[in-house]
Design a binder for this molecule. Structure first.
Ligand code: AKB
Length: 419
């Protein structure tokens, strides 16, 4: 039996066409709510009502209730295919993650980004969506078609870019994450399997007050120095807490609360260096920029001092570690947030190695005081012992082996004309 009319949905703040799907269990029914009647997909359940007769009166108010009936669940499951969602998939990490998940087989990937993904990336996905994580209609469209079991929420404005548009950064970095956490929780509620939410945080979540403290602190632990000085860092720090809240305490006073509704796991990335892609918008970008400039025969003016030190790792290591955390046994995880990093060189040490491999490299140091101050507020090194203990994280490279085995061969192949 199908009804169509208009309801005001409290949590979605507007008028929507609706359809009733009888769950077949006494007075319980599911309603489906769509943005516009013309866009009604086949299956899109948003909530339940205890007395379906109430729905026969056209304009009314509903709010989300307990999980779907068995019959509704079966009907829904039969119509939507399950998928892993990657947001911000067009960025550096997304690029590597799509390849790795696709390569591992068995993953149906759906991906979103502000821009259309490259054709080779699109081929590895079941479907790709161009749009903003702040756009709830986009997220609703995804849910109309897919049952999401795992989310890698990568979309973010990085530390340098965020300082030019802090409010926009907040809207994307926090608002977008909130949307995705809500989506994940509602997915668990709808299909009954706890959604895994993998969130990349950053060393930007730390804030050391001055260079002397930074030097003295050495390798710091996850809970040390939690007062970031950048909008991006504040956003990451807060979203780590939001993730923890959704995982453990979401709607803690509601009668129909589902305990531990999300499986939220987070890594704090150091600066990342890829041989495939050149980053933009970050403050740790000087390391990859220096190497790519040298390989492509361009001079490079480094925007931090020679003695500036922060932790780094290669992109393949970051992807490998992210997937390792994602597949770790939940019972072994003693925390939500983990440091990971492989080496912690100064900018001068990176430049010296670049010059060994590319003797013609022209590298100068022309520090930008503001960007330098951001790097000075980030730790010189981080302690990864929690990740090692709980899920077996192990760095693969030293700075030297990263150059010798990964960066130099791949970057040379990328920039040197093939003969
Ligand atoms: C940035 O520089 O903003 C990022 C980061 C360290 O998270 N690469």
């Amino acid at each position: 039996m199908i009804h169509q009319s208009t309801v005001v949905c409290e949590e979605m703040g507007g008028n929507y066409a609706w359809e009733v799907v009888w769950g077949g269990e006494g007075r319980y029914a599911w309603i489906a709510i769509y943005p516009r009647p013309s866009e009604c997909p086949d299956s899109f359940y948003n909530g339940g009502v205890e007395n379906p007769r109430d729905l026969e009166f056209g304009l009314m108010t509903v709010s989300r209730k307990a999980g779907p009936t068995t019959a509704a669940k079966q009907e829904q499951g039969a119509r939507r295919s399950s998928a892993v969602l990657i947001t911000g998939a067009g960025g550096e990490v997304g690029h590597g993650l799509i390849c790795a998940l696709h390569g591992a087989g068995g993953n149906s990937i759906i991906a979103t980004d502000l821009r259309k993904l490259e054709p080779d990336q699109r081929k590895m996905c079941l479907e790709t969506f161009v749009g903003d994580v702040c756009d709830e209609t986009l997220l609703d469209r995804l849910l109309a078609m897919y049952e999401i079991t795992e989310i890698y929420h990568l979309a973010a404005l990085l530390s340098t870019r965020a300082e030019f548009k802090p409010e926009t950064a907040h809207a994307v970095n926090v608002g977008g994450t909130l949307n995705l956490l809500h989506l994940a929780a509602e997915q668990t509620r709808s299909h009954g399997r706890r959604v895994k939410f993998i969130f990349p945080s950053s060393i930007a979540a730390y804030g050391l007050p001055d260079v002397a403290t930074k030097e003295k602190a050495g390798a710091i632990r996850e809970d040390d120095y939690p007062s970031p000085t950048t909008m991006y860092g504040c956003n990451k720090q807060y979203c780590e807490n939001l993730g923890r809240y959704y995982a453990r305490w979401y709607r803690q006073l509601a009668e129909d609360r589902i305990a531990d509704i999300l499986d939220f796991r987070c890594v704090r990335y150091p600066g990342l260096i890829s041989s495939e892609t050149v980053p933009s918008g970050g403050t740790s970008d000087y390391a990859p920029e220096m190497i790519h400039a040298a390989a492509s025969g361009k001079p490079y003016a480094c925007f931090v001092r020679e003695d500036a030190r922060i932790p780094f790792m290669t992109m393949p290591e970051a992807i490998e570690a992210t997937l390792k955390l994602a597949s770790a046994d939940a019972s072994q995880l003693t925390r939500c947030v983990y440091n990971i990093s492989s080496f912690a060189p100064t900018a001068g040490e990176i430049a010296n190695l670049v010059k060994e491999y590319f003797p013609k490299a022209e590298i100068t140091f022309q520090p930008d005081q503001q960007r330098q101050a951001i790097v000075d507020s980030w730790p010189a090194d981080i302690d990864c012992s929690a990740a090692q203990r709980d899920w077996g994280y192990k760095p693969r490279h030293t700075l030297e082996s990263a150059f010798e085995e990964y960066l130099v061969p791949n970057i040379k192949a990328r920039y040197e004309p093939s003969v």
